[in-house]
Design a protein around this ligand. Sequence first.
Ligand code: FAD
Length: 434
Amino acid sequence: MAWDFETEPEFQEKLDWMEDFVREKVEPLGLLDIHPYDVKNPRRNALVRPLQDEVKAQGLWACHLGPELGGQGYGQVKLGLMNEIIGGASFAPIVFGCQAPDTGNAEIIAHFGTPEQKERYLEPLLANEIVSAFSMTEPQGGSDPTGFVTRAEQDGNHWKINGEKWFSTNGKWADFLIVMAVTDPDAPRHERMSMFIVPVDTPGVEIVRNVGVYGQQEGSESYIRYTDVRVPADHLLGERGGAFAISQTRLGGGRVHHAMRTVGNCRRLLDLMSRRAVSRTTRTGTIADYQAVQMQIADSYIELEQFRLFVLKTAWMIDKHRDYRKVRKDIAAIKALMPKVYHDIAARCIHIHGSLGVSNEMPFAGNLVAAMVMGIADGPTEVHKVTVAKQHLRGYRDVADPVFPDYSLPNRRAAARALFDPVDELAEAAEATA
Ligand SMILES: Cc1cc2nc3c(=O)[nH]c(=O)nc-3n(C[C@H](O)[C@H](O)[C@H](O)COP(=O)(O)OP(=O)(O)OC[C@H]3O[C@@H](n4cnc5c(N)ncnc54)[C@H](O)[C@@H]3O)c2cc1C
């Protein structure tokens, strides 16, 4: 029997170490005026590098990767448990070497890159000597990649890229960008685009501005214009026309990791609202004594546990199949569920904290915006629900009679009679001869 919800003791010890380490040493970094991705800032490096070394010494560095790339090859379930801890602190992903979007970018260079690309871009990326950005979404619309117009044309032994990209997270810190551009406009819809590695200092790469998600002090969602950007032919990543397939490899993993970290965020919110509920007094006792507050705590616990189990089950399926395409339905489902669970728990946490909850002395309004982000980034919820429905419906065939289906009670009764009448007749005959 293989349904086991326990964590093995050796790994639990590592998780316990992580809990203490993140709370005591990593969380406080998020309160300083440094950015986790600013790898060229000596102060940031002086603070972050020793913590990264501690993580490496514990054998917990870059656990999303296999040993061939310097990771542990722990698989997605263990990574899920780790990400629950990492998700609660803004610096934790970088300290543990598993920060988006570098994780996804590293994954596709590892899968599809040439040995030269791996040496020049992947190795320093994995060591967090540099960071990267993924430049796919365009200003005129991101939900439908078949509408992208950024063009890459062959120009001697170079590619020349022209177009605009919107919300390339961390473009301003990045050393290189992975850009998706149309190379073959007349090919079938899903074979028109290719991926390119573009060093950010290539002439023609212009960061028009860095947009901030509401509430952030400093924007790092880059609006980037590419004007006659020439990259050598060997900067094509993967096969020509292969960008769709490559991006699915990247986005599948990214969505699951977002969900794992969101479990961590929700867990923290539930913890804080519970601490407030048992401490804050009103009328005859603490607010936790009132059923209306108990309902909010209970709903948050129930929704979080459901979501967490769904995320871990999806992680388990990825480990089992080792192919994101086989787990598409559940990856899309947790992507669609994540913003709702996160939003509802954040809203309750705010409400239970009253005026303090909505103030700028608490981070909760930021959690609400982050929940909204989870419903947009990597594709809006609607698109993922369509995927869930289509994948689910694949297993169904139309019933013979669409008016009175075979499962209507009259039809089922008739079928039952047809099955058992001969038996009844035999029994009656036996009774008559007895
Ligand atoms: C914080 C953040 C970080 C991001 N980071 C990156 C990044 O690093 N790189 C990158 O390339 N992109 C990034 N994105 C962009 C993200 O992938 C897009 O925002 C997303 O794909 C949606 O595209 P859009 O914003 O253009 O919305 P639109 O495509 O304009 O969609 C707007 C709304 O229209 C509706 N809609 C759209 N299509 C459908 C449909 N088929 N069915 C029903 N309703 C639909 C939905 O309600 C949707 O929310 C990021 C976004 C955010 C918010």
